[in-house]
Design a protein around this ligand. Structure first.
Ligand code: ASP
Length: 343
């Protein structure tokens, strides 16, 4: 009889989830994820085959950089045909960045890639890791009429599946560590696992997966604050390698009307630096022109981040620059939602 079980690949990159507490010494140590299935007997009850691949050196996600994103993308590329879904175990600190980046890097994705992690190690008595891990696997294994239900990059944490590129880490203490302020959850786990079908990316015609491995990190972020001195911005935009700068503005995209700000930004844009306006508010988005304090930015043709998160914006810049998008089309492409990252 044909084996109809779904095949799930768990990719362990590091983070708290993969640690166990040594109760004698009280310290946290890395867990051998190859032995995961033996250590978490609940996984046997899932109706799928699970294989694991681990980073040779699992890392705290604060140490992640684009080269690690490429490693994850390459693991998925190499195993794309052999597995029905992928679960990436990752530290929560930079999970929204990695997961947003992967969304851009994996073009034509038609299988689930679910990021998860935990606030407490998997070996801790009160751990949130087991639920996060088990439900992530269940979500990655969901199928309807022979095709995966989720065909995008998701982030599962504390009973919610969120679109990864809409998330931001909002709490370093609570189990509910992530929020998706501008987009509803893709699924909610209660007594039943409820999928919010209208929120999912529309099903695509199956096309070959294209993996983009060039991410250009000559980008920067400047958060506005009352008292920001001209010298700081001036220094930033005179960084020789800088190709794009996000300015995190107030409210719906507002910034001081002072002349020096307009002049420095104008010069930067004239030099070819892409300037993107993203709000520093957790929810809502940029609407340049709504207030007088954003008129000057609109006139300068600053790129609107709309309701994108900073995480999705910075990784989008790296992706577009890496792909060689340039000139006038850059603004149009950036302002277009590529993976559901903005409304
Ligand atoms: N510092 C850890 C990390 O991001 C925290 C976590 O795993 O949640 O890797």
């Amino acid at each position: 009889m044909e084996d109809k079980k779904t095949n799930i690949l768990l990719i362990y990159t590091g983070g708290t989830i993969g640690m166990v507490k040594d109760y004698k010494s009280g310290t946290l140590r890395a867990f051998n994820f190859k032995k995961l299935v033996q250590h978490i007997p609940e996984l046997h009850q899932l109706d799928c085959h699970i294989e694991t691949i681990s980073f040779e050196q699992p890392i705290d996600s604060s140490n992640m950089n684009p080269s690690h994103w490429v490693m994850i993308a390459m693991i998925i590329e190499e195993h794309y045909e052999s597995y029905d879904g992928f679960v990436v175990l990752h530290g929560s600190d930079t999970m929204s960045y990695t997961a947003s980046a992967l969304g851009y890097m994996l073009e034509n994705l038609s299988k689930p890639v679910i990021f998860t992690g935990s606030q407490l190690p998997i070996g801790d008595l009160r751990t949130d890791a087991k639920e996060n891990l088990i439900t992530s696997i269940q979500i990655a294994a969901l199928r309807e009429r022979g095709r995966p239900v989720i065909q995008e990059v998701g982030l599962y944490f504390e009973y919610k599946l969120l679109r990864a590129n809409r998330t931001t880490k909002i709490n370093a203490e609570h189990f509910e560590a992530f929020q998706s302020p501008n987009y509803p959850p893709l699924a909610v786990s209660g007594v039943h696992l409820k999928i919010n079908k209208e929120a999912l990316l529309p099903r695509k015609r199956i096309k070959r997966l294209v993996v983009h491995k060039k991410m250009d990190s000559n980008v920067g972020i400047l958060k506005m604050f009352p008292g920001l001195a001209p010298g700081l911005l001036k220094n930033m935009v005179s960084t020789p390698e800088l190709k794009a700068l996000i300015i995190e503005t107030y409210g719906s995209g507002n910034a001081p009307e002072e002349q020096w700000l307009t002049t420095i930004l104008k010069e930067a844009i004239a030099k070819g630096i892409k300037v993107v306006n993203v709000t520093q508010c957790v929810g809502g988005g940029v609407l340049m022109g709504q207030y007088q304090t954003s008129q000057q930015l609109k006139k300068l043709q600053v790129i609107s981040g709309n309701d994108i998160t900073t995480e999705a914006a910075i990784t989008k810049l790296m992706y577009l620059l890496g792909a060689g998008v340039s000139g006038k089309s850059f603004k149009t492409v950036f302002e277009t939602s590529l993976r559901g990252e903005m409304s």
